[in-house]
Design a protein around this ligand. Structure first.
Ligand code: URP
Ligand code: ZN
Length: 460
């Protein structure tokens, strides 16, 4: 099957080139002009940008977290991703039963995703305890399709500093990536307990119980640990504060290496005043880390501009508003933790970044597609437009505008954290491995057509 995409502005990290693309059997086979083939399907991309398929490397589909389960499974969640212009996800999978192997949770997630995901998907392994068997298993998995692992410094299965150091040494030995949720668990627990004891249970205390120092201290500690393990690839998920960035910058100035920073769209755009919204509306924004101040958003944008923040993801982890109200209205500590975003990411980031002149369109490709692919071991198959790469492509028309409405999104949550947001730059088409899966906003792909991303060790 041949497809010719004509006259688009093809965007990579280093260039924007007006040219045609020839796609054969799902792969980009040539770039240039003069491709003629009567049997080929021709897509006219005149006046539009052709971008490598955006990749969200931080989602939580079907996440069981305590008594709550994120409400998007791999089918609905991946349709939402696709309709938002995302062609691959790498999912942070849930903890399993105490003491389980690493493979146990990977098997569970293959069961959830394999015949459901409509876009390509991978899994970060999840660490919940450490011993010799786990370290050995981790080593094998990193060499065989799961190069990245997630450790938490908070929640029930948090790793101790001792365990983090052991894990880092294995990551360094093999060349994988350790992704970490960095927050100071004990301080947060103390603050949560204190607020509840004082009757301070409204949504705004969610933010007060996780102040910026709880993230920055954990970030700093992690970087010191990573120095002791000779700087393995350390990927800091959902960084939300100026204070953390200062720690990262200071460490880098002092010679720290192999530190990669992710933020999420909510931390670039939304601020903690959302927690003051009436009628429990603020609970929609209960997520960890919490929303911060405008100065933090500004610092994160500066971090992107300077290349300190390399990836913008979502931490997509939606819950029904009714459940947030039922459990969280009287006590924020009982509120299901997380929010939707996978469908909004590309439009919001493109508008805030490119259309508001904060970053170039090439830089957009870098943080939404190329860097996620490189760091997470799916480059050069994904994350760029060049012969040999998968034909994962989106077309963007910068002349078109739209408004985000939660009730028009494709996930199950039924609301958006960006309700009423006016975006500029519409996603006209989404193609995965040569197949159009979204056309003019309509999903036309198939359940189970997504392929598992057997990832490689990153070449960084
Ligand atoms: O609030 C959030 N982010 N929930 C999902 C789990 C996590 O912390 O990443
Ligand atoms: Zn997360």
């Amino acid at each position: 099957m041949k497809i010719i995409i004509k006259n688009g502005f093809v965007v990579n990290t280093e260039s924007v080139v007006k040219c045609d693309l020839l796609v054969e059997d799902g792969i980009i086979s040539a770039m240039g002009g003069g491709f003629e083939d009567e049997a080929a399907t021709v897509i006219d991309a005149s006046g539009k940008y052709v971008l490598p398929g955006p990749i969200d490397v931080h989602t939580h589909m079907d996440l069981q977290a305590g008594q709550f389960r994120a409400v998007d499974d791999f089918y609905k969640g991946s349709i939402a991703a696709a309709c938002g212009g995302t062609t691959s996800i790498v999912d942070h999978i849930a903890f399993g039963p105490k003491g389980c192997t690493l493979q146990h949770q990977l098997d569970v997630y293959h069961g959830l995703a394999d015949s459901n995901s409509v876009i390509d998907y991978g899994f970060h392994g999840v660490l919940q305890h450490v011993n010799e068997d786990i370290l050995l298993e981790m080593e094998n998995l990193m060499k065989n399709g799961i190069p990245s692992f997630k450790a938490y410094m908070t929640y029930d299965f948090k790793l101790s500093d001792d365990e983090l150091l052991q894990v880092m040494k294995i990551v360094k030995k093999v060349g994988g990536v350790l992704t970490v949720h960095a927050e100071n668990h004990e301080v947060i627990n103390y603050l949560r307990r204190s607020f509840v004891e004082e009757g301070k249970t409204e949504a705004k205390y969610h933010a007060s119980s996780r102040p910026p120092h709880t993230e920055a201290e954990a970030v700093s500690r992690l970087i010191h640990l990573s120095a002791m393990a000779d700087y393995p690839n350390l990927y800091l998920v959902h960084i939300s504060t100026e204070e953390s960035l200062k720690e990262i910058i200071k460490a880098k100035e002092n010679g720290a290496k192999n530190i990669f920073v992710e933020t999420c769209i909510q931390y670039l755009l939304l601020t903690e005043d959302k927690y003051l919204l009436p009628e429990g509306e603020g609970l929609k924004y209960v997520m960890s880390p919490p929303l911060r101040k405008q100065k933090d958003c500004d610092a994160l944008w500066k971090g992107i501009q300077k290349g300190i923040v390399q990836v913008v993801a979502t931490d997509h982890c939606p819950f029904y508003f009714k459940d947030k109200i039922e459990h969280g209205l009287k006590n924020f500590t009982q509120c299901p933790n997380g929010g939707p975003g996978v469908e909004e990411r590309v439009r919001v980031l493109f508008t805030e970044g490119v259309m508001k002149n904060r970053i170039s369109i090439q830089h957009f490709v870098e943080i939404a597609s190329y860097n996620p692919a490189k760091i997470m071991g799916i480059y050069p198959k994904k994350g760029n437009i060049q012969p040999g790469a998968d034909a994962d492509l989106i077309l963007i028309d910068t002349e078109k505008t739209g408004v985000i409405r939660g009730n028009m999104l494709h996930g199950n949550a039924g609301y958006s954290l960006y309700e009423g947001y006016q975006y500029k730059g519409e996603i006209e088409m989404v193609m995965q491995r040569g197949k159009i899966i979204v056309s003019q906003g309509e999903f036309i792909g198939n359940r189970g057509d997504g392929e598992f991303l057997n990832r490689i060790l990153p070449i960084l």
